[in-house]
Design a protein around this ligand. Structure first.
Ligand code: NI
Ligand code: MN
Length: 226
């Protein structure tokens, strides 16, 4: 399985010509290496929560690729009402899709949906656990360090973890999150997109030490899980 970073919290995961994107914030993302029009064909669009820097281009991409958006019930409802194809789930539930299995797990963060002036689509933010081709990836979404992460201990091949501080964990809590989850490898995300979330990924790598292999990706770069 290959994971490609597209800036901020956006990743494309692919194996055997099946492809999903997580948190497709490309339009307006100062860290994105490509626009949404340059993405390869997508089978699924996985959302951690409804903030603009995660929901991003999801609805437009769903229409363009006839790809299913997978999200918590309320956020999925918002996307349906915007004309997207969706599959609604909720925290703690998993489902098998043609591209692989998705499970939503807890995240501590805000639940408002960008573009929803009514507040009626406000939802629980989530972490996204995706299993494709025998490898399991945990995209924590935007979150604080939480005890719930320990429930995933030893079950994760690749952890995608925010280190930018302010809205999410900073490098110290992110390193503790790695201790909790014990993944084989880690890629830091959600930093340096704006000045407010400036962080040093090398310092994060140093704090993680020998607990996991940390790979620092620049937007456009990929990491292959073997
Ligand atoms: Ni957020
Ligand atoms: Mn965010």
């Amino acid at each position: 399985m290959k994971a490609t970073f597209h800036g901020h919290a956006c990743f494309v995961l692919e194996r055997d010509n099946k492809r999903v994107i997580i948190d497709p914030f490309l339009t307006g993302n100062p860290a994105a290496d490509i626009g949404p029009d340059k993405l390869p064909r997508l089978d699924g669009i996985l959302l951690s929560h409804g903030h603009g820097d995660h929901l991003g281009d999801a609805v437009a991409l769903s229409k363009q690729h006839k790809a299913t958006i997978v999200a918590t019930f309320e956020l999925a409802q918002f996307c349906t009402d915007k004309g997207a194809t969706v599959h609604a789930m909720h925290i703690g539930g998993g489902h098998d899709f043609p591209f692989g299995r998705v499970k939503l797990v807890p995240a501590f963060h805000g639940g408002r949906v960008e573009g929803d002036s009514t507040g009626k689509y406000t939802t629980n933010p989530a972490g996204v656990v995706v299993t494709m081709g025998g490898k399991t990836v945990y995209h924590t979404g935007d979150t604080a360090l939480t005890m719930e992460m320990q429930l995933l201990a030893g079950r994760i091949d690749l952890m995608l973890v925010p280190i930018g501080d302010n809205y999410t964990m900073g490098i110290e809590d992110a390193a503790r999150a790695v201790e909790f989850v014990k993944p084989k490898s880690v890629i830091p995300m959600h930093y340096n997109t704006w000045d407010l979330i400036k962080a040093d990924p090398q310092e994060f790598k140093r704090l993680v030490g020998n607990r996991a292999a940390v790979t620092i990706l620049s937007p456009g770069e990929s990491h292959t899980l073997s």
